[in-house]
Design a binder for this molecule. Structure first.
Ligand code: FMN
Length: 217
């Protein structure tokens, strides 16, 4: 596999073919990619909602009005749409849940190792909540790791995608009842196959030159 080839040939689909669906086996792989996305101190401060039915996609699409209406057809015609949600808080219950999962997964050779991991995670959560006061931003950064990982993985298995920040997060949160679940929406990813009107498919890619974005030390 040549990862540079994937990076240079993938593109953001601006229109999807409504008649094509992602095969179950590929969708399952992509869901696994989300579950296994890495995050700082394994905090996994997220939840992913995968909408595949017309009804589910319509619930999301109905929130894309006015400024964001240009994104609605992508949501409607994509095979699946992933709503990337952030936890509104990293409370003690979530931290305890993470630790118990790591324990079950055999991560700790001793009680000290377990306590050390718990302490380290609490330190970082406290750092962002109390000292830097950027807990939500820190959580968002983790969510974007999952987004980027899924975007690249989708391209690797021949699935087209369109990330969307052009969304009304408040309307989406209300439509999906996210606050009641301790969640808020951050970004969407439409997944499927390019369709008629995907003008970006035939446009050349444009990026700043290597020397202006990367230097060696
Ligand atoms: C976080 C993020 C948000 C984006 N939001 C939108 C969007 O709301 N609508 C859209 O059509 N494209 C959106 N894009 C697509 C970008 O414009 C596109 O990735 C960029 O121009 C580079 O083009 P490429 O993905 O085809 O290489 C978004 C991309 C990212 C990564």
């Amino acid at each position: 596999m040549n990862v540079a080839e994937i990076a240079t040939t993938r593109h953001t689909s601006k229109a999807f073919d409504a008649s094509r669906r992602i095969p179950d086996e590929i969708l399952e792989q992509l869901c696994t990619v989300l579950r296994f996305a890495p995050s700082s101190v394994n905090s996994q401060p997220w939840h992913f909602i995968v909408a595949g039915s017309n009804e589910a996609k319509a619930r999301i699409g109905e929130t894309l009005k006015g400024t964001y209406a240009y994104n609605e057809p992508k949501v409607r015609n994509a095979s699946h749409v992933v709503v990337f949600c952030a936890r509104t808080d990293l409370d003690e219950a979530h931290l305890a849940n993470l630790l118990a999962q790591e324990d079950r997964d055999g991560r700790f050779a001793s009680a000290e190792a377990r306590a050390g991991q718990d302490k380290s995670r609490h330190y970082y959560v406290g750092l962002h909540r109390e000292e830097r006061k950027d807990l939500a931003e820190w959580i968002d950064r983790q969510v974007y790791i999952a987004l980027g990982t899924l975007m690249f993985s989708a391209a690797a298995v021949g699935v087209d995608a369109c990330a969307m920040e052009g969304i009304d997060t408040a309307a989406l949160d209300a439509a999906l009842g996210l606050p009641e679940k301790g969640l808020r929406s951050v970004v969407l990813l439409a997944l499927g196959y390019r369709g008629e009107g995907d003008f970006n498919a035939s446009l050349p890619k444009s990026r700043l030159p290597m020397a202006s974005v990367l230097s060696t030390l």
